[in-house]
Write a protein that binds this ligand. Sequence first.
Ligand SMILES: *Cc1c(COP(=O)(O)O)cnc(C)c1O
Length: 491
Amino acid sequence: MKFIETRGNESGRSEKVSFSEAILNPSASFGGLYVPENLPTLDLKRLKDLSYKDLAFEVLKSFQIDIKDEVLKEALSLYDKFDDPLTPVPVVNVGSGLFISELYHGPTRAFKDMALQPFGKVLSSLAVERNENYIILAATSGDTGPATLETFKNRENIQVGCLYPDGGTSDVQRLQMVTEDGSNLKVIGIDGSFDDAQTSLKNLLKSENFKAKLGEKNIKLSAANSVNFGRIIFQTIYHIYSYLQLVSRKEIVLGEEIYLTVPSGNFGNALGGFYAKMMGLPIYKILISSNENNILTDLINTGKYSLVGRHVVNTKSPAMDILKSSNVERVLFTLFGAERTKELMEQLESKNEYSLSAEELVTLRANFSASYSNDDECFEAIESYFERGYLMDPHTATVVKAHEELRERDLKNIAYSTAEWTKFSPSIIEALNIETKNAGKIVSDRDALDEIARITGTEIPTQIDELFEKRVVHTTVVPVEDLEKEILEFL
Ligand SMILES: *Cc1c(COP(=O)(O)O)cnc(C)c1O
């Protein structure tokens, strides 16, 4: 299968590219993104009883991508690093028709591992096969960074530059990055928000000077954030798997419609669900939950996407503190075509906003509904579900209000848990009103982890526990302007 571009084709560029081209060089004509020319149709009956890895293999094959079977199999074998290799994605029934599909059982305890673990292997294999060297630049709001470093650490022909907003992540997230040792890794803190980090990365990807300097060193530029279709393809799989889990547990019959609920930021996870729906997975609607950076709620409720006068608000769910939600573009392309997508994206760049027509909004709302929770509402959700015996992190907590308020029909709902509570333990202390030794003071991640583990009888996974003993190897924090220089020095 070939890949085409969301904003149409610029003269001088290939009209269609292979999967490997699209993932090695993910930026398309006019600053657009690559998308598959068409989507495969799922044969759910055939996929029904497969293990996660076998299901994943079948779904990947149905896209007819130009990656060798051995490489795909080796990439998928990385799910063996998850807590339970046979069930990397447990789906937990928490009552009231709500099922939580836990995507965080990988090495960095957030859902980014679902895609990045296999993606790292695929990309490195391509680089070796072509005898080329790549630098991966990743901007992170806290979870992509650790997962990117973890997957590329010491992999051949790949170097990683990882940018995070200094002060915008939890202690655990920061430690996951700054203690990750590998001669091919460079971690840089940015003075600014995640959007600043993402914008400076986008500018760097466009910089001719930077590209020329890389050329001299014979290094090519790639990216591992969720604009890369190589991540999205792996993010269609768990939606299919979770649905089939409900079928095999006789919670639903094959073909029965359900809701999906996705805590969203850059919209990669939700896009994977949307593609699964387009491929024939019986999803009635996808419910999008956000925090107070509720630009997606506005888009889906009013048809207007506007950055005018808006600033990123820091919340207790920092991985969703995003206003420029990149993957919305791919949905616009699927629903409204390249010409319209280009027009809307150009309006966003020049006027900082765009509006869908009334008719377009109806089409969008046939696929999505949306709501957002503020921090207090998230904390209430964490507390009320904890009382029923289920502990969730602040990102996952945003799905509760969506589940309670957005369903027009009495259908089962699969909501995604995108991170383990261990990445945000001081927030859990606050949400559960746990009295600590240092009551009134800000609790450290270390104390919070121990306290919650003690109270709930949960074990802290070793991946988190050992972070506090590891040596910090990355100490660079710079203003955005210095980014290019820092990266070139590293290379
Ligand atoms: C990345 C992330 C999200 C947002 O996912 P998108 O695919 O960017 O919408 C939500 N929650 C957590 C914990 C994350 O790490």
